[in-house]
Design a protein around this ligand. Sequence first.
Ligand code: SAM
Length: 271
Amino acid sequence: DHSGVSFPGMANADTDPAGRPSSARIYDALLGGNHNFAADREAAQHLLAAIPGAGEMARANRAFLNRAVQFLLDRGVHQFLDIGSGIPTVGNVHEIAQRRIPDARVVYVDIDPVAVAHSNDILKDNPWAVAVQADMRFPEAILDHPGVRRLLDLGEPVGLLLVAMLHFVPDDDAYPAVERLRAALPPGSYIVISHGVSDTPSDAALDKVTALYRRTDVSTAHGRDRESILRFFGDADLVPPGLVWVHEWPDPADGDPHGMAVVAAVGRITP
Ligand code: SAM
């Protein structure tokens, strides 16, 4: 029960500012977070009815994010641009990174005002991390944002994180935007992607999910096939094991997808 609970960006705990569910808050509800409204929780229930493994997938995706950030830290990447970062929950990128590198830089970007307000509330005493509200379909606005310019040195490797978010962006926007972002990053940078895949679960379940998200703030929600997901990496070199089920990266020891519908990969940008 969230009545009486309030947090930055939230006018009234049971009234969504936009009057509809948001993808950020549905995800928060799936993860058991408490920064969501009644409409978001209802949407999360519908999502679980269509895809019973959705909660497990969200947790597996979060665990992947953690492993990918550790992997990048091991390779000397100390700055992160986390686009579609969502509502802060267990294991945020700045916590993972700054535990090892206290002045690691993190810029969070999300389209959802509640996610951004709550992130900035958590980050208010953190000089090396900020959240900005922006739409990834307009990468120039992200790259030119004062927060990005202040914290990220685009002459040094950056970890670009697009985790569980590109399936909310239509092709005509997503491919050029990712290409623009990739082009802005120096060699030695990495691009980290997880993405809903379209061949599982059933088409009927996916249709329900697409219909569900049509009522939210995102313009689309659809899985892509593996080839289409790989296109986001462009010329980047995929690090082993390549594109695998999200819970299998980087260790594909267990080939059983356990009903997973999310795949993941990490690519290194080369000269
Ligand atoms: N990356 C986090 C993770 O993997 O745990 C959160 C993923 S959540 C499923 C997807 C996020 O993408 C939501 O917070 C949503 O608001 C954001 N999002 C969707 N479309 C976006 C867009 N065009 N630009 C920026 N963020 C967007």
